[in-house]
Design a protein around this ligand. Structure first.
Ligand SMILES: *Cc1c(COP(=O)(O)O)cnc(C)c1O
Length: 462
């Protein structure tokens, strides 16, 4: 059922698009750009990857920044526990499980007999509150803002029990302020839910590809949803502009936010503990491969930064994008980073992976990843659906299509390109002891009827 990577059927894209726009717009990296423009799957390896020392300065950022972010999350635990009862089991820590997926792993290995190593799933689809990886970055940045306002107003000290953020004084303060964000859906959900819970006026600027149920859920939470006909970048641009016109408004900028990035990065500290508790080593002879779905790049970028800080050269991070919106791969393979968009090569950004439907990658993330990311690859639409169904059938874990993109990384193991990477990094002999972590980034809040529809089931089958 699952096969190795091959070209898909979109190659009927007009040759003049490829030969005209592509060669005009892109002088370097043109083989891979040509394939991307034709809708083919690609696999890019980063030849600027550098060796790093854990807990040192990396990509201009110190390790202590992650610790500081972690400490802020700890300070917020009493508030989170009080306001979001689903987090009570972890005392207000917003974290997901590290899952062993034996049946799914067997299926992968059956079709790829050379696959060596252990397969795990990081189940961020079931992160509390937001049901996606955005619960890490989005909620964290709202915390940063709320804490700073409350401290400036003299209502909060770092040593207080943060449960007091639900007090009348704090709520009154937050009600005078607005938080805005542009989103394809999931970031809006995480920020919208957290920000309205604290009592902020919240406005989410949604792109055309955002799903109806996400808009509905936000409105139910008291969030103002503004809809745009354009794509994600135009929703962000509008939100940024409207927020700038209001001096009581704070804009959470998915394309440039250091706070989001650090919120995502804290995942690495938690993962380290989870791996340790599961008795899974990560060291020179036990490499860890991680496959992360990528939209604008913030989530996979922040997590990669965190993982490199913890595991250094023993972790190998790869980003996964849909063939319809490969903005990160395009930016990195051409060296143009955020100065090139998928529209420049004739793509339209249409994909069932709505969480990844982004035309232009984040500049901040491209810069930071230049020395840290091992590579990136793209996945065709049919496979996203196939992976989604297979995961549900085999493991009873529902993931949204975006969240399945990383699964392709497992299949790449049998290809020549990955074998080259493994040889180059002298890992051939330790691949039997390797761990492959698929980061499943979302799907937990998808309503049952939408799920059934995506899986091609009727509701009573579920
Ligand atoms: C947003 C999102 C991603 C990727 O995050 P970026 O920061 O946009 O790169 C991956 N998967 C899902 C489900 C998402 O919602």
């Amino acid at each position: 059922m699952v096969e190795g990577v091959n070209a898909n059927s979109n190659s009927d894209i007009a040759a003049d698009v490829v030969n005209g726009i592509v060669t005009d717009a892109v002088a370097v990296g043109s083989d891979i750009v040509h394939d991307m423009a034709s809708g083919k799957e690609v696999f890019w390896l980063n030849d600027k990857l550098e060796s790093v020392v854990p807990m040192s300065e990396m990509a201009g950022r110190k390790f202590v920044y992650i610790r500081a972010a972690q400490n802020r999350l700890l300070r917020f635990m009493p508030y989170i526990e009080k306001m979001f009862p689903e987090t009570a089991g972890r005392k207000g820590i917003i974290e997901s499980e590290l899952l062993v997926i034996p049946e799914f792993s067997d299926e992968i290995k059956r079709h790829n007999p050379d696959f060596a190593g252990r397969i795990l799933l990081k189940d961020d689809a079931h992160l509390p509150i937001a049901g996606s990886v955005k619960a890490r970055g989005g909620i964290y940045e709202v915390m940063v803002h709320a804490e700073s306002l409350a401290m400036k107003a003299g209502l909060l000290k770092a040593t207080d029990n943060y449960g007091k953020l639900d007090s009348a004084e704090c709520r009154e303060l937050f009600a005078k302020h607005t938080i805005q964000v542009g989103s394809t859906g999931n970031l809006g959900l995480s920020i919208g839910i957290m920000s309205s819970k604290l009592g902020f006026n919240t406005i989410v600027h949604m792109s055309a590809d955002a799903k109806a149920w996400k808009k509905e859920l936000l409105r139910k939470n008291g969030v103002t949803v503004v809809e745009y006909e354009g794509d994600y970048s135009s929703a962000v641009a509008q939100g940024r502009k409207l927020s700038a016109e209001n001096n009581m408004s704070y804009f959470i900028d998915d394309e440039n936010s250091e706070d989001l990035f650090l919120g995502y990065a804290t995942a690495a500290l938690r993962l380290k503990v989870q791996l340790f508790k599961a008795g899974i080593p990560v060291d020179e002879t036990h490499p860890l491969f991680v496959y992360l779905p990528c939209g604008v790049g913030g989530a996979p970028g922040g997590i990669t930064y965190g993982l490199k800080q913890i595991f250094g050269d023993c972790v190998h991070c790869f980003f996964a994008e849909p063939v319809g919106a490969p903005c990160f791969t395009l930016g990195m393979a051409t060296g143009r980073k955020s100065d090139i968009s998928i529209y420049d090569i004739g793509l339209d950004g249409v994909t069932i992976a709505d969480g990844l439907a982004v035309g232009r990658a984040s500049e901040l993330v491209c810069e930071a990843m230049e020395s840290l990311v091992s590579g990136s690859f793209t996945v065709c639409e049919d496979k996203l659906t196939e992976y989604m169904r297979l995961m549900y059938q085999k493991e009873d874990v529902f993931l949204e299509p975006s969240a399945c993109a990383g699964i392709q990384g497992l299949l790449l193991q049998s290809g020549e390109k990955m074998k080259d990477y493994i040889r180059k990094h002298e890992l051939t002999d330790c691949m039997v002891d390797s761990t492959h972590l698929v980061w499943a980034t979302g799907g937990g809040l998808v309503p049952d009827e939408v799920r059934a529809d995506m899986l091609g089931l009727t509701q009573k089958d579920m």
